[in-house]
Design a protein around this ligand. Structure first.
Ligand code: BES
Ligand code: MN
Ligand code: ZN
Length: 492
């Protein structure tokens, strides 16, 4: 979909929909149309057809004296009283109503009355653009019957003249983030027999070809062995699929500027290993690479936008299978950091691939490292499918990520990494165990990772609840690409 920003609505329009807000007291463009059309809108309100209820929509067709075939009235909260969340649902209503219409062009008036107080126009344009593109997502990579091309081809967002420059940039950002989110969803939704560590490595190479500032470094198992990544390799040793450590290096500014590292858990299928999971809904463990998918999504958005910053996207890709060569509960492995780990449960594998990756990324001398992982069922218990968990060794970084969640609606909430939790990882036979028992399971997983992140600012995002939906809507969400991009772009 093509999204443009303009200070004026085009006069000549074919198969278009004019989108205007409808407040209780008819105002703005809506009032103009009403006047031109002999109070047709007032009468629709009076009859009860058009409701000024927030995020409701009514389509009017072939109004005389309106060039567009359709006028979409979108119910809007009281003028100037909208919250960020309300503006998001306002955008969702526009997107879904347009999608269900036969319209190929939409002209969307972003009137001042629907804007959130003290929030710039650019944020609104970005949110709207992102929602419009995101609403067209379909997954058909495994279907013989492909989804039809979307009818809606172009949207023009009408903003005040003084805002056109900032808005054009914001629209491009919204589109790029939605495209990144779509890639994350595709990778998450792909079947685990297709989406293997080697498949992800090839995806990274292909992505790097789209931007001259991006290169890849891909480590094989043999190379990881040389580096002493005993924890990482213990996860893939029971699988026929070889593990890969995938590094996508984007250098968009001075090489002296320290990079941000985004590190994703890429367990392409998690059976639990010898500590095998129950079979009900085990198919959903193909989504155990959604942290990696979100890193790919962010790198795709970065490749489209070429921002002035340095970002390293790292993916720890492995498959966790039970097998004659699989690791056993009780095995002790030596990590790249030198610390030893007693594997008490082979299903706590995410932290094993991540801990060695955290040691590896020290070589980038990062400004900050953010790891993203579907790490614990306990996180889903704590925060449900609404919010990611943030854990960090730097309170400023944690706050910044929290704010990024508020700005984007890709919510995240901090959990404490207090020292009092660390002793749950004690082992009688090694420097630590890989599990901390059932109390505070999300936190003890974070505590485990913190022991490998001593040499830089670090935050861990547990996305186990938000990365995918189950039931009829089963599928990857592409979260937390919006949150990550908010963080990355604010550093550019
Ligand atoms: N990938 C799972 C976490 C998970 C489970 C995410 C269900 C979303 C839904 C992870 O590898 C895992 O199995 N974690 C264990 C850890 C436990 C053994 C300490 C868990 O959460 O049960
Ligand atoms: Mn597991
Ligand atoms: Zn897992």
């Amino acid at each position: 979909m093509d999204i443009k920003v303009s200070a004026t609505a085009p006069a000549k329009q074919t198969n278009a929909t004019l989108v205007v807000p409808l407040h209780k007291k008819i105002s703005g463009v809506c009032a103009d149309i009403n006047k031109r059309c002999d109070n047709a809108i007032s009468r629709a309100v009076k009859r009860g057809d058009a409701k000024a209820e927030h995020a409701s929509a009514l389509m009017l067709f072939e109004l005389k004296k309106v060039a567009s075939d359709r006028v979409m009235l979108v119910g809007a909260a009281e003028p100037n009283k909208s919250s960020r969340a309300q503006f998001r649902t306002y955008c969702e209503t526009i997107a879904t109503t347009l999608k269900d219409s036969g319209s190929s062009l939409a002209i969307i008036h972003l009137e001042k009355s629907v804007l959130v107080k003290n929030v710039d126009t650019a944020w609104h344009v970005q949110t709207l653009a992102q929602t419009l593109v995101q609403s067209q997502y379909t997954f058909d990579l495994h279907s013989a019957k492909k989804s039809p091309a979307p009818t809606l081809k172009k949207c023009i967002i009408v903003v005040p003249k003084s805002e056109t420059r900032a808005s054009a940039k914001a629209a491009a950002q919204g589109v790029a983030i939605a495209n990144g989110q779509a890639l994350a969803r595709d990778l998450g939704n792909l079947a685990p027999n297709i989406c293997t560590p080697v498949y992800l490595a090839n995806k990274a190479k292909a992505l790097a070809k789209t931007n001259s500032k991006m290169t890849t470094k891909i480590l094989t198992e043999a190379q990881m062995k040389k580096l002493g990544m005993g924890a990482f390799l213990s996860v893939s040793q029971g699988s026929r699929q070889e593990a890969r450590l995938i590094c996508m290096e984007y250098r968009g500014t001075d090489s002296k500027k320290k990079p941000t590292v985004l590190l994703g858990k890429g367990v392409t299928f998690d059976t639990g290993g010898i500590s095998i999971k129950p079979s009900a809904a085990m198919d959903e463990m193909k989504f155990d690479m959604c942290g990696a998918a979100s890193v790919f999504g962010a790198m795709k958005a970065i490749s489209e936008l070429s921002p002035k910053c340095n970002v390293i996207g790292v993916v720890a890709a492995a498959e966790n299978m039970p097998d004659g060569n699989a690791s056993r509960p009780g095995d002790v492995v030596t990590t790249m950091s030198g610390q030893t780990v007693e594997i008490l449960n082979t299903d706590a594998e995410g932290r094993l691939v991540l801990c060695d990756s955290l040691s590896y990324v020290e070589r980038y001398k990062p400004a900050a490292v953010i790891d993203v992982a579907t790490l614990t069922g306990a996180c889903v218990v704590a925060l449900g499918k609404v919010s990611s968990a943030i854990m960090s060794n730097d309170s400023e970084l944690a706050d910044t990520l929290y704010e990024a969640g508020q700005t984007t609606g890709d919510l995240a909430w901090e959990l404490p990494l207090w020292d009092e939790y660390q002793s749950q990882l004690d082992s009688n036979f090694a420097d630590m165990g890989n599990i901390g028992g059932s109390p505070a399971g999300a936190i003890t997983a974070g505590c485990f990772l913190s022991r490998f992140a001593n040499n830089y600012k670090w935050a861990h995002l547990d996305i186990a609840g938000v990365a995918w939906l189950g039931g009829a809507a089963k599928g990857a969400t592409g979260r937390p690409v919006p949150l990550l991009m908010e963080y990355v772009l604010s550093n550019a």
